[in-house]
Design a protein. Structure first.
Length: 545
């Protein structure tokens, strides 16, 4: 049997766009002689729609689009499409996360998801009823096929964020002997996720002694990146075929195929990480209907990396880089920023903030009697830069990219309404060491990022001879602490760890006001982090804002 896995890029509740994509792939699969085509989880509605599920009119519009899709399924082809279906009013919830089986001349059938994730970015139990995996079988050409949906395959052990399900739905169907197991997913990217997916698929394949066909969507939903990477593995868990990451693809497999004719070598993790962020920027802008981006280019490593990622995402002609020298900016910083802009072939502006800074300081000191240089003066410089950059947004209808990294956002080493201004934070989930690793990747074949940017000590240049490590622990230590506290929920032990933990706790109010942060780790700031702003004795919300 010839089967197609349709790895598509859909839009939340854009039923015309989504149904057209689905129909297009159905026609393509049929032309290739496929007898079954499989689409990702909630392919028609889009994943994750959140509170849009409360709107019955949207559910109805989606089901209407499903009828249109069914009418276009040709003879000899079966389509499996991820959809939202209505549940029982008596049970207090109206909906199921389902798969529709569509076949010409036959009534549609629906299979529903049993395990509903309720952790991290997920809150499916709020909207959906549990299905029952043992009901999710159908037959084609005497092949007994089992349909599972995303989380149904993740109950073998504690998952990547430490959640263990109370039961594994596969245990109750151990002796059912399926010919194939299908798992349709909307699985977000993180730099550990692809390996874990294959581990879960391998356990499933070996337990049921059947090939596993895994299909994932490739799209963005605000800060969440879905990377694709759909694959087929044999009953021993060996991957036979795999689709690309971060692009749409129709992966076709014949059940007689046992091994790849040509084995593709996996790209290095850091390369995939870079591609994830580039795709995240690109898709976010496309779905927001934004054509241009800009950022403040300081001569530091973070803004240099964001500039490179932006150029990869939308092209240098649609990227503007703006230097904003102030009273403590060095000539070296300006020269490095200028050199990078020349290497990238981007539009470059120099906007000096010294005059505005002096005027504001004079007025502030006269009004409030402030004389001694302090945090007030440091943050004023950053906020004046934010004013210029946001004004440029209005002027050119351009999206401002924020350049802070995860280590800075964790500790609050960023200024509200200053360097935290913007519409998207591309590297806000990257530790400082990862920033340097991707920069080195850009310089692998030629020096795009001037070497001076990578070798000089990190500095905000908001006071005389300032270095980041005057305020923070060395990034080699800080990165590990941030990863331990944020990703693994470890508790601080040493005095230095307790100080950093207090900084993280006290900066929660800043992160609530940050732009969307592209999520590339298992635990990012943003949608999946539900910490209150004010909790515990160290939440000093006005410190270093």
């Amino acid at each position: 049997m010839k089967i197609a896995l349709a790895q598509i890029n859909n839009r939340i509740c854009d039923f015309d766009n989504n149904s057209n994509k689905i129909i297009e792939q159905i026609k393509k699969a049929h032309s290739l002689g496929c007898e079954l085509i499989v689409f990702p989880e909630l392919a028609l509605f889009g994943y994750w729609p959140g509170d849009l599920l409360e709107r019955s009119d949207l559910v109805e519009a989606q089901l209407k689009s499903l009828k249109k899709i069914k009418s276009m399924v040709p003879e000899g082809l079966v389509a499996l499409v991820g959809v939202v279906t209505r549940g029982s009013q008596k049970k207090g919830k109206r909906l199921y996360n389902s798969v529709a089986l569509l076949q010409r001349g036959k009534k549609e059938r629906f299979f529903s998801k049993e395990l509903l994730p309720q952790y991290d970015i997920y809150d499916e139990e709020r909207f959906f009823l549990n299905g029952n995996l043992k009901n999710n079988f159908f037959k084609i050409k005497n092949k007994k096929i089992l349909v599972s949906i995303c989380e149904d395959m993740w109950a073998w052990e504690k998952n990547h964020v430490g959640v263990q399900h109370e039961h594994n739905p596969f245990f109750k169907i151990k002796n059912t002997k399926p010919s194939l197991v299908i798992n349709i997913s909307a699985s977000p990217y993180s730099y550990s996720k692809n390996k874990l997916r294959k581990q879960m698929a391998t356990k499933t394949a070996r337990f049921l002694r059947a090939p596993v066909l895994y299909v994932n969507q490739v799209t963005t939903n605000d800060e969440i990146i879905f990377d694709g990477g759909s694959f087929i593995c044999d009953p021993q868990g060996k991957v036979l075929k795999q689709a690309s990451f971060f692009k749409e693809e129709l992966l076709v497999w014949e059940t007689q195929e046992k091994i790849l004719k040509k084995k593709n070598k996996d790209a290095p993790d850091i390369q995939i990480l870079k591609e994830a962020i580039v795709f995240g920027i690109q898709d976010y802008l496309q779905k927001s209907n934004i054509q241009r981006v800009h950022l403040g280019l300081s001569g530091g490593v973070d803004s240099a990396l964001v500039a490179c990622l932006a150029c990869d995402a939308v092209g240098p002609s649609r990227v503007t880089l703006i230097a904003l020298p102030g009273p403590y900016s060095s000539q070296e910083s300006f020269n490095l920023a200028l050199k990078l802009s020349e290497n990238l072939k981007c539009e470059f502006f120099n906007v000096d903030i010294n005059g505005a800074y002096k005027t504001f300081v004079d007025e502030f000191e006269t009004s409030f009697g402030v004389r001694e240089f302090s945090l007030v003066h440091e943050n004023l410089q950053s906020r004046l830069r934010g004013v210029v950059l946001m004004a440029y947004s209005n002027h050119k209808k351009s999206l401002l990219l924020t350049t802070g990294n995860k280590s800075e956002y964790a500790t609050g080493y960023a200024t509200l309404y200053g360097d935290m201004c913007g519409g998207l934070a591309p590297i806000g989930d990257l530790l400082k060491r990862q920033v340097y690793e991707i920069c080195e990747l850009y310089n692998k074949d030629q020096e795009i990022i001037p070497r001076g940017i990578l070798t000089r000590p990190p500095t905000a240049e908001l006071r005389e001879n300032q270095k980041d490590e005057d305020t923070l622990p060395p990034y080699s230590e800080l990165d590990q602490m941030v990863e331990d506290f944020i990703c693994y929920n470890k508790k601080p032990n040493t005095q230095r760890e307790r100080e950093v933990y207090a900084l993280i706790q006290g900066a929660e109010f800043k992160r609530k006001q940050a732009p969307p942060i592209l999520r590339i780790s298992d635990r990012s700031f943003g949608k999946g982090r539900r910490y209150p702003i004010s909790w515990g004795p160290s939440a000093k919300i006005f410190r270093k804002s």
